[in-house]
Design a protein around this ligand. Structure first.
Ligand code: BTN
Length: 264
């Protein structure tokens, strides 16, 4: 059963596509109004951040992208689109696995984590920000009915799935998707009137008060103390050498939470 939506202008479910982000980007380019949603059971060219590929066996993950035309959102606040997608998926995931609120944490900027392992990743892309035709695509892939025994060997220690988090109980994809849509629609309506749940966004951050490694584009690794996130700019607030500064997601390739024994 499909939920009745007030925000979605177009919604399609594909058995197999290259990348749902590309599907939505093409829709926006050919005039589809916001907010459009593409869902896929399988991607043959799934992309992650920083040029990485995003792989999931068919039917193991919920793969989707939302397309926006955020003329109603100042470019400085566009980071809130992936943030509300992350928050909505975190809440929908907690609902389907029967977990307490804030069991799903965020690893800045937008990884979803359970018990310190990555369960979902978000890829935000944009075209024409700052023009009168801004387009933003937010894609999310969340590992759902993917058993640990089938995890790729190189990721097995750092990833998880909702199936594992639910103690092996199979997850209802449609229930997860419906919960996500209902929540994200409310959050998008909120954003349109200037509301953003900064409290939940801050409370879920895994990095706050932890030592983290910031991996820069040229390979340099900066060890800093993450003290907070900034709900106005979307930045990670870090302290190093007695000085606080803001780190923006475009400045780094990767963030890793350092083992407890590391000190700044
Ligand atoms: C990351 O953690 O590196 C981001 C991963 C984003 C993956 C999703 S799956 C749906 C959408 N389509 C893509 O090609 N990528 C995103």
């Amino acid at each position: 059963m499909e939920v009745t939506t007030t925000v979605l202008s177009r919604r399609e479910h594909f058995a197999r596509v290259g990348s749902t982000n590309d599907v939505v980007r093409d829709w926006l380019a050919s005039g589809t109004p916001e907010v459009c949603l593409a869902v896929a059971d399988e991607q043959t060219a799934g992309r992650g951040r920083d040029g990485r590929t995003w792989l999931a066996p068919p039917g193991a993950a919920l793969l989707l992208s939302l397309g926006f035309r955020p003329t109603w959102l100042a470019p400085d606040f566009v980071w809130r689109l992936p943030a509300v997608v992350s928050l909505a998926m975190a809440r929908a995931a907690e609902e389907v696995i029967g977990a307490a609120a804030q069991t799903v944490r965020l690893k800045w900027p937008n990884d979803l984590m359970i018990d310190g392992r990555k369960v979902a990743g978000v890829l935000g892309e944009s075209v024409g920000l700052g023009t009168d035709d801004p387009r933003v695509i937010v894609g999310i892939g969340i590992n759902v009915n993917w058993p640990r025994d089938d995890f790729p060997a190189d990721l097995a220690d750092t990833m998880t799935s909702l199936l594992e988090a639910a103690g092996g109980r199979r997850i209802d994809f449609e229930g997860l998707l419906d919960g996500f849509i209902a929540t994200v629609e409310g959050a998008i309506d909120g954003l349109r009137s200037g509301d953003f749940d900064a409290g939940d966004w801050k409370a879920r951050q895994l990095t706050t008060d932890r030592v983290v490694e910031l991996h820069g584009p040229a390979g340099a690794v900066d060890l800093v103390h993450a003290v907070d996130v900034d709900a106005q700019t979307g930045a990670l607030v870090v302290r190093a050498d007695g000085r606080e500064r803001s780190v923006f997601s475009g400045e780094i390739r990767h963030l890793r939470v350092a083992p407890p024994e590391r000190a700044v």
